[in-house]
Design a protein around this ligand. Structure first.
Ligand code: F6P
Length: 368
């Protein structure tokens, strides 16, 4: 009987509970014993009460719950070898040889590294008398499967990450609320949305709400962005618009790499010698990440959770660690390492102002 563990790691995202539910139930359906590791890698390092065997009914009602009910953490101990040794020991003690992790690229990279080190970790545990050779014998290979949970939609190789459409819906709902008050007072609002290195949320929200102007990391504005924005906002006002909405991603900057902050934009819109708009700033913050998952994220999490279990059951020692993607509406497995490398390359390319390269790697086209 296979013993599979499910874990969520890094920032939570809506849909993670749907993924856990799918892994638990489909794993049981396929004859496996399924465990949940609570508090992410921290729980794996600590072991004991953090590793719980799951029953079918334990995940009842989880599809409609926000956040991650099994907890998550950013764990420093796992970055160090002693932490990973403890984690390996806890896996063996619980008879677990397959790990399904739902998290961002950082969390998934950590998992792949763990897999690469696995035989060496077991050997060291035997040499230091932490475990006996008999205990480690059945655990020659470790299976890792990644599920990408992130509101940012920042992973290369997949069209959507679990949680991104829920966050996008939430942003649109909030912008709708803001628009009502903005319109009443004929005001301007600068709305900051999440997305450190990825402007997907800001861009999609801009399109979906008909915002006046959007700032994203992937398309730093030219030096004259101030004039450009004011010209467009003025034009919209001239044709009768009573509200102005500017959406700015956390990671937005200009072509010289200077951060474009909501305050800068506000000062510009409010400038008495310019547009002189009564302007407010709203930072949406963590409302974007919390709350229930939208229908699409529940569906995505469920289908991908099922595929993750299939990937565990079909893996061979030679299979490169996969992650579960959705590409052109099809759920598929892809090599994790390549996607993580591409994701990192995108971040580097953005930092180096090589936007064509960044967009090529994301397989996305941005036009003016
Ligand atoms: O990576 C997801 C994300 O929501 C980012 O968009 C945001 O910058 C970050 O997490 C916030 O992290 P924290 O909750 O740790 O402040």
């Amino acid at each position: 009987k296979r013993r599979i563990a499910m874990m969520t790691s890094g920032g939570d995202s809506p849909g993670m509970n749907g993924a856990t539910r799918a892994v638990v139930r489909y794993g049981i359906e396929r004859g496996c014993e399924v465990f949940c590791i609570h508090e992410g890698y921290e729980g794996l390092v600590q072991g004991g009460k953090f590793i719980k065997k799951m029953n079918w009914s334990d995940v009842r009602g989880w599809l409609s719950e926000g956040g991650t009910l099994i907890g998550t953490a950013r764990c420093m101990a796992f970055y160090e070898r002693p932490g990973r040794l403890k984690a390996a020991k806890n896996m063996v003690l619980n008879g677990i040889d397959a790990l399904i992790i739902c998290g961002g690229d950082g969390s998934l990279t950590g998992a792949d590294k763990f897999r690469a080190e696995w035989p060496g970790l077991l050997q060291e545990l035997v040499e230091t008398n932490e475990l006996t050779p008999e205990q480690t014998e059945p655990f020659k290979h470790l299976n890792i499967v990644g599920l990408v949970g992130s509101i940012d939609n920042d992973m290369s190789g997949t069209d959507a990450t679990i949680g991104c459409y829920s966050a996008l819906s939430r942003i649109c709902e909030m912008v709708d609320y803001i628009e009502a008050t903005a319109s009443s007072h004929s005001r301007a609002f600068v709305i900051e949305v999440m997305g450190r290195h990825c402007g997907w949320l800001a861009l999609m929200a801009g399109v979906a709400t008909g915002a006046d102007f959007v700032f994203i990391p992937e398309k730093p504005r030219a030096e004259n962005w101030r004039e450009e924005m004011c010209r467009i906002v003025a034009k919209h006002r001239e044709i009768g618009k009573r509200k102005t909405i500017v959406i700015v991603a956390e990671g937005a900057h200009d072509k010289d790499g200077n951060k474009i902050s909501p305050d800068m934009i506000k000062d510009l819109l409010a400038d008495k010698n310019g547009l002189a708009l009564d302007t407010r700033i709203t930072t949406l913050g963590h409302v974007q990440r919390g709350g229930t998952a939208c229908a699409y994220d529940r569906y995505l999490a469920t289908l991908q959770g099922v595929e993750a279990v299939n990937a565990v059951l079909e893996a061979t020692p030679e299979t490169p660690t996969p992650f579960i993607a959705i590409t052109e509406n099809k759920i598929c497995r892809k090599p994790l390492v390549q996607a993580v490398l591409d994701t990192k390359e995108v971040a580097k390319a953005i930092e180096a102002q090589d936007f064509d390269k960044a967009m090529g790697l994301r397989d996305t086209e941005f036009t003016d």
